[in-house]
Design a protein around this ligand. Structure first.
Ligand code: SIN
Length: 305
């Protein structure tokens, strides 16, 4: 197969690889660098109603096999991203807004205003693990259903949902029933695995400061969990709901594995932080060279052992 064009939420993409709403997508300079990179989409940092400084530092640490963070949604506030939209659209690729209001009413305000912009789609973040006193909505099935009912009723843009990782089949089934009923356009599987702890044995302390050192882990540590979530949601969701894989993507082979399990596109977070936006051309080239050796789409060949 030649290089794989794909689509998410009805948006044609040149290839499946773009950034996660995570590192290096907060300021205009960072988003411009993504626009100029080989990433197939520009996705901005999850925005809130008001600008946020985020949690105290140190709040992000690169590790040999991934990362831990407790950023606390530092962002410019949704109004700045609205203002940037015409400039972001000049890069000739789809732009997705990540929305993570602290209250349902905030999300309603932000989505209503995004309706009137050039943004191509919205990714509603129901899974930030790093807000003190705010549990991850995606783990509360009733609340997730109520939030999606309210937001789907007002969104004129294709709406996707960024999910936390699930670990039990019953939770996959409960969330899939909600997503199928609410007709979301895509799901992103997965946000970081929350509330992990890394300690420095020399200094006898946690390696990040916020939340007593507890933070979300990404990178190699979470690829099997991400693949499990991609595959399970691929099995359970309506086939018109796209799946965006996120977790442990550093090479073209990682992209291939996510696509084999059911993803239509993938997001890169930890590796973007380690390598910068040039990672997109490297990973895309690696992925294309794998695909050039394949006769069919990977989903046609997936089998259980
Ligand atoms: C953060 O800003 O704390 C990370 C964002 C997220 O995990 O959703």
């Amino acid at each position: 197969m030649e290089s794989m064009k794909t689509s998410i939420a009805g948006m044609p993409l040149q290839h499946p690889i773009f950034n996660a709403s995570g590192p290096k997508c907060t300021t205009f300079e960072e988003l411009k660098a993504l626009g100029e990179s080989a990433a197939s989409v520009i996705l901005h940092k999850s925005c809130t109603l008001e600008p946020r400084q985020g949690n105290p530092e140190p709040r992000y640490v690169d590790l040999e096999l991934g990362s831990i963070n407790s950023m606390g949604l530092p962002n410019l506030g949704y109004a700045e991203y609205l203002k940037m939209m015409p400039r972001l659209k000049t890069f000739g690729k789809p732009v997705i807004s990540s929305v993570s209001g602290l209250y349902l009413s905030d999300n309603i305000t932000i989505v209503r205003e995004l309706n009137e912009t050039l943004v191509d789609a919205i990714e509603l973040n129901l899974s930030c693990p790093n807000l003190v006193g705010k549990p991850q909505v995606g783990y509360d099935m009733e609340q997730s259903d109520a939030v999606l009912e309210a937001i789907m009723a007002i969104s004129k843009k294709p709406l996707g949902v960024k999910l936390p990782p699930y670990f039990d089949f019953v939770h996959f089934e409960q969330m899939a029933a909600i997503l199928n009923k609410r007709h979301v356009a895509f799901v992103t599987c997965v946000n970081s695995i929350g509330n992990a702890l890394f300690v420095d044995p020399e200094k006898e302390c946690t390696i990040i400061k916020p939340k007593g050192g507890f933070g979300g882990i990404g990178g190699d540590y979470i690829k099997p969990t991400a693949l499990g979530n991609v595959r399970k949601f691929y099995e359970l969701l309506r086939k018109d709901i796209g799946i965006v894989g996120c977790g442990g993507i550093k090479t073209g082979m990682d992209v291939f594995e996510h696509i084999l399990c059911g993803a239509s596109a993938v997001q890169v977070g930890t590796q973007l932080m380690k390598e910068g936006p040039s990672c997109f051309s490297r990973i895309t080239n690696e992925f294309n060279s794998i695909m050039s050796r394949k006769a069919t789409h990977p989903l046609a060949t997936f089998k259980e052992n």
